[in-house]
Design a protein. Structure first.
Length: 254
């Protein structure tokens, strides 16, 4: 089945790449493909750009199998059907978590670090210099408010950053809204793996559910219903930072 691309997403990814220099000639990009909506849209948008861009770069999808019993064969078949190179990387993350988990603690942070580490190790092993993740602008805004409300810090998600091992992590969808991703999803028959099914925090009773992000998402949804240009203002604010107007002494003038 032919992919129906979102012109808006292609435009926003192109703009982000032009502004932040995310990927270009000769790059080898490993794309995290979890089987969720964001990662499917990301791999197909990047694959389309690869087809039409005036520069050449290598593109490969990678699915981290934490050995929770989820069958990723539909993901692998989808990539093969659309001519996308794909790696199905089986790891003992579930077993390691079982051995190291603490009672009543959330699996989310530990799992995320383990999965990210698995992608890093495979990228280094195979000679990829960049890793692309499917975070979008809604994720960045939610992360900002979660950090402020629950951790007492102001931080978000940068379009790119260099990991401890020298690999550059990029977020090509950082200018894209989730509703635009859902729009492209509705026009395509991607073999989606349900988020709860793939999330280790939902695997066993007694685990602390990842509810904080959901609460933050609901708060922002209610706010956007009152202020329809809310995310336009957020994007402008994220580009106009004045750290010297806060209480951190590092940024204050003598």
């Amino acid at each position: 089945m032919k992919i129906e691309y979102s012109k808006k997403i292609l435009k926003y990814v192109g703009r982000a790449n032009g502004e932040y220099k995310l990927f270009g000639e000769g790059d080898k990009v490993l794309v995290g493909l979890s089987g969720g909506k964001d990662s499917y849209v990301l791999i197909h948008i990047l694959n389309r750009i690869k087809q039409i861009a005036p520069f050449d770069f290598k593109l490969t999808a990678i699915t981290i199998d934490s050995m929770t019993g989820i069958d990723y064969s539909a993901v692998a078949e989808h990539c093969e059907k659309h001519g996308i190179e794909h790696i199905w990387y089986k790891t003992p993350i579930m077993e390691i978590m079982e051995e190291n988990k603490r009672k009543n603690s959330s699996a989310c942070g530990f799992c995320a670090r383990m999965r990210r580490g698995s992608i890093y190790s495979k990228a280094i092993e195979l000679g990829y210099n960049k890793i692309a993740l499917g975070h979008h602008f809604d994720d960045a805004v939610e992360t900002f408010f979660m950090g402020m409300f629950y951790n007492g810090m102001m931080r978000s998600m940068p379009p790119k950053y260099k990991a401890y091992n020298g690999i550059e992590v990029i977020r090509p969808l950082i200018r894209v809204r989730e509703k635009q991703i859902l729009g492209m999803l509705a026009k395509n028959d991607f073999p989606i793996i349900d988020g709860e099914e793939s999330c280790l925090a939902f695997k066993e009773g007694g685990e602390k559910q990842p509810y904080v992000r959901e609460q933050t998402r609901e708060f922002l949804k209610e706010l956007e219903e009152k202020y329809d240009r809310l995310y336009v203002s957020f994007e402008a604010a994220f580009k106009n930072l004045y750290p010297q107007t806060f209480l951190d002494s590092k940024f204050l003038e003598d």
